[in-house]
Design a protein around this ligand. Structure first.
Ligand code: X2X
Length: 330
């Protein structure tokens, strides 16, 4: 593997990338998403655009679909610098930086109208500030994962009570576990890398993910029902190892950030379009969709003090920023 030891390169303060030789910087970017998912497609396009803009000097190789290990593995790799770039859900990143799961609070978002202003505005800036303290750099525009929906193979989920005793796979993140425990479900923490097989072997009866992941990960093959719960909105932060990032010349940083941020904005459009189109495809592939009454789910959370508990965990400062965008949560 040709990984450049950045500190050893003699680079002028402002490096003219057009004069670099081929592959002066060979770096890696990884994710958990299948190759057909919009995250992988747009990340790969960004890496190609970066190669082009730098005449091949900056070569960021893509490792999608958990090729480098699970999210938990990749998170430790990006922390150590073994992996330079990694896109990860804020909810999973919260195992390292607790506030990054704040946008995943249950049943607080109704649509994208207040999500992008929040994530591109003060809420996102607050989260990125916390990430920075952990030695990682989160890029300005978060990629979309989407609104999460509950799928199942045995029972259909229509009311909060249907979740009782439901063995549901959740990503590694305390907020998911807490949310499903609040409904007296039996959440099991499993990385996405093992989710399909966990459903196939019935280690878990159900799972929850946005339509784009259900489609790209072919989860419809091992699930029967989809409840349109929209319980969590989730995005993927594009992270860089802080030391590696700071060691890159400023103009290389500029090109990478520009292309990655542009890719994020384009990727959001694809997820939005898929949200509208995939119900038909997934129904054709055998999933039975149903609506739920989200007020009933939300009132269950209110009645057991779920929001108060998480407000105390995140702290007043973070909660106030969140409420600025979604209104009072209690
Ligand atoms: O692990 C998941 O369910 C996924 C793919 O949605 C995340 O990355 C959080």
């Amino acid at each position: 593997m040709r990984v450049v030891a950045i500190g050893l390169i003699a680079t002028p303060a402002v490096l003219r990338v057009t004069r670099l030789h081929a592959a002066e910087f060979t770096l890696k970017a990884a994710n958990n998403s299948p190759v057909t998912h919009p995250l992988t497609i747009h990340m790969s396009a960004a890496m190609e655009a970066i190669r082009k803009e730098t005449n091949g000097a900056v070569d960021i190789q893509m490792f999608p679909n958990n090729q480098l290990g699970s999210d938990t593995d990749m998170l430790s790799q990006v922390r150590s610098g073994a992996l330079e770039f990694f896109t990860v859900s804020g909810l999973i990143l919260s195992t390292l930086v607790p506030t990054t799961s704040i946008n995943g609070m249950g049943f607080i978002w109704t649509n994208y109208d207040n999500i992008w202003p929040a994530m591109d505005g003060e809420l996102g800036a607050y989260i990125r500030g916390q990430v920075d303290k952990a030695g990682l750099v989160a890029f300005e525009h978060i990629f979309d994962n989407g609104f999460r929906q509950v799928t199942s193979s045995g029972r259909q989920i229509k009311s909060p009570d249907d979740l009782k005793g439901f063995k549901i796979r959740v990503p590694p993140s305390p907020l998911y576990t807490s949310l499903f425990k609040a409904f007296e479900a039996a959440p099991v923490t499993i990385n996405f890398a093992e989710t399909y097989s966990a459903l196939q072997t019935k280690v878990a009866e159900g799972q929850e993910n946005p339509l784009a992941i259900i489609e790209a990960g072919k989860l419809y093959e091992v699930q029967k029902y989809l409840a349109k719960t929209n319980h969590i909105w989730d995005g993927f932060w594009f992270l860089a190892n802080g030391k590696v990032w700071k060691g890159l010349p400023k103009d290389v940083q500029g090109i990478i950030s520009k292309k990655v941020n542009e890719a994020a904005l384009a990727q959001r459009k694809d997820i939005f379009a898929q949200n509208a189109s995939l119900e038909k495809n997934l129904t054709a592939q055998g999933l039975t969709f149903n609506d739920i009454n989200s007020a009933a789910f939300r009132s269950k959370l209110q009645s057991i003090g779920f929001y108060q508990e998480w407000k105390a965990k995140f702290g007043n400062e973070a909660w106030t920023v969140l409420e600025k965008y979604v209104g009072p949560i209690s």
